[in-house]
Design a protein around this ligand. Structure first.
Ligand code: IMP
Ligand code: MG
Length: 183
């Protein structure tokens, strides 16, 4: 699918459209509801890329749910993973809770590996992960997500929360950035 006219200079294509995202997010919510079977969830979302995904996902989950955020940033301004910086800590108690960690994309695994380590030190009752997207080809840490929206190819994707240099988070679809934009 071609991107909208005003984005054609920067985006190569639309990889996942709005309707496809909405359908899949509902499916993920049903899977989560089924698996947790009435338990109370502590959803921990990583800032900032999870915002649209999280907002859609949580509204389709009817389980009792608490929400908290952790701030973690791995990319400076570009597309190569850098050092992880924590910018916000959990506020709610995670001990003995059923924690579901939500992130936008599982790429090298550095972020989830580090955050899962931090969360398990808090002794939750259970700890699972849900990501909207996953790129399996670039994995460096042995980490897998329990719930995955879509597997995407090894291209830089933006939209529906995902950014390039803090832009494009507001797109309602997921698009592929032209390599010449970040080359
Ligand atoms: P990881 O630590 O390498 O697994 O990377 C995870 C983080 O990198 C995500 O939370 C994103 O912020 C960012 N990231 C990785 N791949 C992409 C991409 O294709 N587009 C936008 N952000 C990405
Ligand atoms: Mg990012």
């Amino acid at each position: 699918m071609p991107p909208p006219e005003h984005l054609r200079e920067e985006l190569q294509s639309v990889l996942i459209g709005e309707k496809e995202i909405a359908l899949r997010v509902r499916e993920l919510a049903s899977e989560i509801e089924r698996d947790y079977n009435g338990k109370e969830l502590l959803m921990v979302a990583l800032l900032t890329g999870t915002v649209p995904f999280l907002a859609d996902l949580m509204r389709h989950i009817t389980l009792p749910l608490r929400l908290d955020f952790m701030g973690v940033s791995s990319y400076g301004d570009g597309t190569t993973p850098g050092e992880l910086v924590f910018t916000k800590d959990l506020r709610l108690e995670a001990r003995n809770r059923d924690v579901l960690l939500v992130d936008d994309i599982l790429d090298t695994g550095q972020t989830l590996h580090t955050v899962l380590g931090k969360l398990s030190d808090l002794h939750p009752h259970s700890l699972k992960t849900c990501v909207l997207l996953e790129k399996t080809s670039r994995r460096r840490e042995s980490v897998t997500a329990d719930y995955v929206g879509f597997e995407v190819p090894d291209e830089f994707v933006v939209g529906y929360g995902l950014d390039y240099a803090e832009r494009f988070r507001n797109l309602p679809f997921i698009g592929v950035l032209k390599p010449e934009v970040y080359a």
